[in-house]
Design a binder for this molecule. Structure first.
Ligand SMILES: Cc1cc2nc3c(=O)[nH]c(=O)nc-3n(C[C@H](O)[C@H](O)[C@H](O)COP(=O)(O)O)c2cc1C
Length: 187
């Protein structure tokens, strides 16, 4: 079973990264395709590059980056998606990643019955820390969106989703953060 890890943990002292490492260790997950988007800036779609999305033969920067990321996502059966929450939703870099890889003919396709996912994703784990937003609250726009887009990519009826979250860490002292990370990783 191929596991793919998509990771956005840009801070050196990232608590999401610590939670991810604890989760991987606790579950003895050591073999995976790593897609670390913490560094640099993935291109946003704009007037200069959007044509590449529609012309796959164009070998510009957007298509080069998208092709590489899509290749890494291929054959994923278990997806681990680790990210922080920014302003109630996905960080811009994560949205750029999603805009790059969500291409028809690769992660989904159009059929007579509408779009269908093309990745064989059976299960997904969201690894998340939040400063204060409770997972599942009305104002948590992160986890419902990730669940929906992962199901959109999947060719399975329904992706089995697990959320590994340390919630409200901005209001905690270091010992409380350690404990929240430990408890979440072992949940
Ligand atoms: C730009 C920015 C926006 C944030 N917005 C939210 C938010 O909407 N809700 C929330 O609970 N935490 C928010 N936070 C707090 C982070 O999600 C929280 O500190 C998280 O643990 C950071 O992850 P890290 O330690 O892996 O960097 C925000 C942090 C930043 C830098």
């Amino acid at each position: 079973m191929k596991t793919t890890l998509v990771q956005f943990t840009p801070r050196a002292e990232s608590r999401t990264k610590r939670l991810l490492e604890a989760y991987l260790e606790h579950n003895e997950i050591s073999e995976f395709e790593k897609v670390d988007i913490s560094h640099g800036s993935l291109p946003n779609l704009n007037s200069e590059n959007i044509h590449q999305h529609f012309d796959r033969s164009d070998d510009g920067e957007l298509n080069t980056i998208a092709t590489k990321l899509i290749e890494q996502m291929k054959d994923t059966e278990h997806l681990v998606f680790a990210t922080t929450i920014y302003n109630l939703g996905v960080p811009a870099q994560v949205k750029s990643f999603i805009d790059l890889v969500t291409r028809n003919g690769h992660l989904f396709d159009y059929t007579a019955n509408g779009p269908v996912g093309m990745l064989p994703i059976k299960s997904a784990t969201l690894v998340v820390t939040t400063g204060g937003v409770p997972i599942g609250a009305d104002w948590d726009l992160l986890t419902p969106y990730l669940e929906t887009i992962i199901n959109f990519w999947s060719s399975e009826e329904k992706v089995e989703l697990k959320i590994v979250a340390a919630v409200g860490v901005d209001g905690m002292n270091p010992e409380q953060v350690d404990e929240a990370i430990r408890a979440a990783a072992e949940s």
